[in-house]
Design a protein around this ligand. Structure first.
Ligand SMILES: [Zn+2]
Length: 470
């Protein structure tokens, strides 16, 4: 199968130029002016379109096996494909959680039968409890290890327990502390692997909720109970331990200007950290709660205009090097349980691409920067580059084509998740995701699959090149 992507504008993290892309056998075999179409099986007309390396969403919680009444891998990866994402990195908080090599390999097999796109897998840290199991997961191909720092986990299933006080009879692993972080980071250095960290200081969150003096009922209560100093303090601590141990550390879902200041300070000090943010922090503020409603609850919370502006600026100046969706939907019934009780998390993988394209077309970031944060840098952080994240001979033939003159109106009921609880219902974004090429074949056009299900496991092993910010 030879596919020619013809007449488009190829955008990489380095440059933008009119070029054709020839794909064969699942790989890119040539980039340039290819006039000769002899032997080409299919031509994809990319005239007027931007051709990016296939978007990678490094932050997807499909929770499959597990909570499959609200999402499963077949639906989340179909949603990914339809949103222009050609590779997802799936988080390890399935039920049971993925905490050792056997569990990792079993999940790889199970998800491989269900996926619509290429996928990599995270492993789950249990702090000091499973330090000896990290090596097995890294050797099995984990792209990174995730620590839900500050969270409790059920001892039997290793699932996250958000409000342990609600389950007094449940045997839980207590929230990881800085000692867990220290021993885990030391082991990660030995393994040459990346640690992904949820950064909200548990003690500050507990104290802030206590200081609130009453249960959370308004959105301002939620903000007061999860202040940005919790993020900034956790980032600063993590960066110090990362610096002392040498552990390559990726801060996930950064939400605040305060957290960002801690990231900048750590980078200036040469700490081996990188940072991710998410579309909801870039497209919304707390004021949108009036119209978006309870679907908007995520941890950390969506904050205010100054935070939103600072996060876009940090992407533009290379401090934030990756954007992920933190896709983790719940049913609408669960989301309507009130701000205190509703679980945190939304559907996001299908709108990740267009939400960032919108910012690019507004002029907040350049096309090259978009190629970096949605593909090239992400591939580098997780050890997938240059197989992923590159438009050059030898790379996987995964491409995402964007129509900069189109628009996209998000309609929740049109999304492909089991629970399409999106914060963007009714929003119109600039730009449209026109098509995706997966493994050298056209797999999606304008939000609909056009190819049978395909997709392969990708291993994070090998030449990880850590894309830290500047
Ligand atoms: Zn997450």
């Amino acid at each position: 199968m030879r596919l020619l992507v013809h007449g488009g504008t190829v955008v990489t993290s380095d440059e933008t130029r009119r070029d054709d892309v020839l794909c064969e056998g699942g790989r890119i075999v040539a980039v340039g002016k290819i006039g000769d179409t002899a032997g080409v099986d299919e031509v994809l007309d990319a005239d007027g379109l931007l051709v990016f390396p296939g978007f990678i969403d490094p932050h997807v919680h499909s929770r499959d096996p597990g909570a499959t009444h609200k999402e499963d891998f077949a639906h989340s990866t179909l949603a990914a494909l339809c949103g222009g994402v050609t590779c997802v990195l799936e988080m390890p908080n399935a039920i049971p959680g993925v905490t050792d090599a056997d569990g990792f390999n079993e999940r790889r097999r199970y998800l491989g039968e269900r996926t619509w796109v290429d996928f990599g897998l995270w492993g789950l840290s249990l702090g000091a409890e499973n330090v000896d199991e990290l090596e097995g997961m890294v050797r099995a191909g984990a792209v990174a290890i995730k620590m839900f720092w500050g969270y409790s986990l059920a001892r039997d299933t290793k699932e996250l327990v958000y409000n342990p006080g609600d389950f007094p009879d449940r045997d839980v692993i207590p929230p990881f502390d800085t000692g867990d972080l220290y021993v885990t980071m030391r082991e990660m250095v030995r393994l040459g692997a990346v640690l992904g960290l949820h950064c909200e200081d548990k003690a500050i969150l507990d104290a802030a909720l206590c200081a609130l003096g009453h249960p959370i009922s308004t959105y301002q209560d939620l903000l007061d109970a999860r202040p940005s100093v919790a993020e900034a303090a956790a980032v600063a601590t993590a960066a110090e331990v990362a610096g002392a141990t040498g552990c390559r550390t990726h801060i996930v879902h950064l939400s605040s200007a305060d957290g960002l200041r801690a990231v900048r300070a750590a980078l200036v000090a040469g700490r081996p950290i990188s940072a991710e943010t998410c579309p909801h922090y870039l497209q919304l503020t707390g004021e949108d709660y009036d119209t978006v409603g309870p679907v908007m609850k995520v941890y950390p919370p969506v904050r205010d205009h100054a935070d939103r502006t600072a996060l876009w600026e940090a992407i533009a100046d290379g401090v934030i090097t990756s954007v992920g969706s933190d896709h983790g939907p719940h049913t609408m019934a669960e989301k309507l349980a009130g701000l205190a009780r509703a679980p945190a998390g939304v559907a996001g993988v299908e709108t990740l691409g267009v939400a960032i394209v919108d910012g690019m077309l507004e002029g907040l970031i350049s096309p090259q920067t978009l190629a970096g944060v949605l593909s090239t840098n992400t591939a580098a952080i997780f050890g997938l580059y240059p197989r992923k994240g590159a438009i050059k001979p030898g790379a996987d033939a995964d491409l995402t084509l964007v129509d900069p003159s189109g628009t996209t109106t998000v309609t929740a009921s049109d999304l492909h998740s089991i629970s399409p609880t999106t914060m963007f219902d009714g929003r119109t974004f600039r730009g449209a995701i026109a098509a995706s090429v997966l493994g050298g074949r056209v797999a999606m056009r304008y939000g609909q699959p056009v190819l049978e299900r395909s997709g392969r496991f990708v291993s994070g092993k090998g030449s990880a090149r850590h894309a830290t910010g500047r």
